[in-house]
Design a protein around this ligand. Structure first.
Ligand code: M7G
Length: 323
């Protein structure tokens, strides 16, 4: 018997939803909206949540695949206010004298929740998002060579997503600017923490084309043309596309980064981006000046960084009697 139209549609939706490789939710190329894509997600542990930041980080499973799902309510944009007031329903919660509170129900397209899915997720991803105590490490030149470098060589996150961007296998349509030069070139695109709906939390990353620089520790004056190029052309591209001047941009590198392929964070100065604190962020302009003043600055200096309680690197520093 021929399948009914609705059966066919359901089958197509399911095929689209779970291209069965890995059982992670994957949409087909060119198709970005899939209903019920998260219906198969089994919630496990809540890794972190914040009423103030209005987000929740959940560890769970799609069938047998470990996954992390992040849900985040996004800011209310000024440009949708007129439509929101016009087409929302309002339910009274309480009224007292001149004061009243309501639940406003906006139409679905004004009520989106930014959702990030990491699937399959490794144990390291789960740890990255788990709220936990952090400690500061003062890493000397020797510590880097004997403790940190061997550790990150064996145990860091895959940078496949970075190579996919550089090779245009992913996010190609999101690229804001590219300088293709193999030595000083880079790709500038929105960080996946930014939904690009409003400029208040603007967040882009510049990813360098060359693949031999892991972190700040590898930078020497030879890389000054690369860093200056990112500063100059990154600022210019953001000015052109978003009309945000360099005086409103916070540009920095993380130490330690999560992903050991040099990249620069560009965030709005008005946005307190996660990881923009003094213990982890190194301003791009400072990095350039430090290399100008002292060629071996990032090889010789003790660098301080925060580390999570259950990070294996912390155990290594403890075992070496450094903390
Ligand atoms: P980091 O300093 O290595 O680590 O920065 P952090 O995540 O601890 O800050 C990497 C940056 O790349 C972060 O700001 C991430 O949000 C961003 N990022 C990570 N991934 C896996 C992606 C991705 O797939 N696409 C994009 N556009 N950004 C990503």
């Amino acid at each position: 018997m021929a399948a009914t139209q609705s059966e066919e549609e359901t089958a197509k939706t399911v095929a689209k939803r779970l291209k069965t490789d890995e059982n992670c939710p994957v949409t087909e190329d060119g198709d970005s909206t899939v209903k019920e894509a998260l219906s198969g997600f089994k919630t496990g542990q809540i890794l972190r949540d914040s009423a103030r930041e209005k987000n929740i980080f959940i560890h769970g499973k799609f069938d047998d695949q470990e996954a992390v799902v992040i849900l985040e309510k996004t800011p209310i944009r000024q440009d949708v206010l007129a439509e929101m007031f016009k087409s929302s329903s309002l339910t009274l919660e309480m009224k007292n004298d001149i004061y009243s509170t309501y639940q406003l129900q906006p139409p679905p397209h004004l009520n989106g929740i930014k959702t990030t899915v990491i699937c399959p997720a490794t144990e390291k991803h789960v740890k990255k998002y788990l709220r936990q105590e952090t400690f500061l490490i003062n890493e000397t030149e020797d510590d880097y060579r004997s403790i940190t470098l061997p550790h990150i060589t064996q145990q860091s996150f895959s940078v496949q997503w970075v190579y996919n961007i550089l090779e245009k296998k992913a996010e190609a349509d999101r690229i804001v600017f590219e300088d293709p030069d193999p030595h000083v070139g880079f790709v500038l695109l929105p960080d996946f923490k930014w939904d690009q709906k409003q400029l208040e939390d603007l967040y882009l990353i510049a990813i360098v084309h060359r693949r031999d620089l892991k972190s700040l520790r590898d930078l020497t004056p030879d890389n000054l043309p690369l860093l200056r190029n990112i500063l100059e052309k990154g600022v210019e591209a953001i000015g052109k596309k978003y009309n945000v001047p360099s005086s409103k941009l916070r540009m920095y590198l993380h130490y330690q980064p999560s992903y050991y392929h040099i990249h620069v964070h560009f965030t709005s100065l008005d946005y307190e981006a996660p990881g923009c604190g003094v213990e982890r962020a190194h301003l791009l302009t400072d990095v350039i000046q430090n290399l100008q003043v002292q060629p071996e600055y990032y090889q010789k200096r003790t660098l301080t960084f925060p580390i999570r309680a259950d990070d294996a690197l912390l155990t290594k520093f403890r075992e070496a009697g450094k903390i």
